[in-house]
Design a protein. Structure first.
Ligand code: ADP
Ligand code: MG
Length: 352
């Protein structure tokens, strides 16, 4: 009978399910770096140092000076769905931390070897232990430690042959992606000192110090020609019947000419993409400063947390906002105004 040829439905082993899911959350080395740095920020770090080897495939090490992890929490630290940040679904409405799913560390342990060293306030020594497939591998050992947490991720994708092979030919590209990511964090978080270096390199690829201004950080990271061209834009909009938001930005003027747009966008301190906003901005530039139509744009938007849905797929950086049309319209006219002014000032200078 044909039924014998029908494929049987079987339940996948849990370890297979977890590895597949982890490969979706951690698509590339840069995804792991983002998760680790966000955890450091959630832990109140003011200093984050990242070391990368082979574009992150051999080693990603993130050290912070945050509040550390309690000894008693270490056994479940890397299990799936263990978090200190969320307890009820309703908490999501007012969530202030970047993490909340308790999925990142677990995912990383399914596709790499993870070693954690941490010390909490008032302790004389820290603890170190390692993890694989969500589980702690041995009892934490006492060790010397400075303030905070260090997470070491080694041999990323060691158990995903195809992915690893693909990335091995691409380590320059992955390193660049990591540097780009950390540059963005460095600009937005003024109280944060952040550095990223290649393993064994004398000089870091990114290094900003806490309390330097945004323009200074941008100068350090993106160079003087960007920094010199920046104009401040601000919108403060409060109409409960349509939208409530604040925007603070720095955008390039007509003196900055580039091949592609750089858009550094933070919404409620989360690094995100919003292609609709990017498009609106490019249209304004093309209309007012056609020669400089690929701008540098840094923008920080604050919204009531309930107006942004953060509970999207873990890898999706793209957000959508409540009342997006109103917000985009307001930002568009603020930028238009600034660019017109700067155009007129230029024309005036040329005439006199
Ligand atoms: P989430 O960030 O969604 O809670 P993660 O898997 O990223 O999930 O982290 C799990 C938990 O581990 C966090 O809730 C936090 O309590 C702890 N943790 C992770 N990284 C750090 C760190 N660098 N410093 C202090 N605690 C950390
Ligand atoms: Mg996290």
């Amino acid at each position: 009978p044909p039924s014998r040829e029908l494929p049987r439905i079987r339940r996948l082993e849990e370890s297979v399910v977890n590895r597949i899911a982890a490969g979706e959350v951690i698509q590339r080395p840069v995804s792991a770096v983002k998760e680790l740095v966000e955890n450091s920020l959630d832990a109140g770090a003011t200093s984050i140092n990242v070391i990368v080897k082979d574009g992150g495939l051999k080693l990603i090490q993130v050290s912070d000076d945050g509040h550390g992890i309690r000894y008693e929490d270490l056994p479940i630290l890397c299990e799936r769905h263990t978090t200190s940040k969320l307890s009820t679904f309703e908490d999501l409405q007012s969530i202030r931390t970047m993490g909340f799913r308790g999925e990142a560390l677990a995912s990383i342990t399914y596709v790499a070897h993870v070693t954690v060293t941490t010390i909490t306030k008032g302790q004389l020594h820290g603890y170190r232990t390692s993890y694989r497939d969500g589980a702690m591998e041995q009892e934490p050992k006492a060790c010397a430690a400075v303030k905070g947490t260090q997470i070491m991720v080694e041999n990323l994708f060691y158990n995903m042959a195809a992915r690893r092979k693909m990335m091995q030919n691409n380590s320059q590209d992955d390193h660049a992606k990591i540097v780009d990511l950390l540059s963005r964090f460095a600009i937005h978080y003024e109280g944060l000192s952040i550095s990223c270096r290649k393993h064994g390199a004398a000089r870091p690829d990114v290094h900003t110090v806490a309390a330097s201004s945004k323009v200074e950080s941008i100068r350090g990271v993106y160079g003087p020609s960007v920094a010199q061209s920046l104009i401040k834009v601000e919108v403060s909009y409060n109409d409960p019947s349509s939208a409530i938001f604040e925007m603070n930005g720095l955008i390039s003027d007509s003196s900055y000419v580039a091949k592609k747009t750089t858009m550094v966008l933070f919404i409620n301190d989360r690094l995100v993409d919003c292609s609709a906003l990017k498009r609106v901005i490019e249209v304004v530039y093309a209309a007012t400063l056609p020669k400089a139509s690929k701008p540098f744009v840094y923008m920080a938007i604050k919204l009531p947390p309930e107006h942004v849905d953060v509970n999207v797929h873990p890898t999706k950086r793209e957000v959508s906002l409540l009342n997006q049309e109103v917000i985009l319209g307001q930002i568009q006219s603020a930028i238009e105004g600034k660019l017109r002014n700067c155009n007129e000032a230029m024309t005036f200078e040329e005439q006199t």
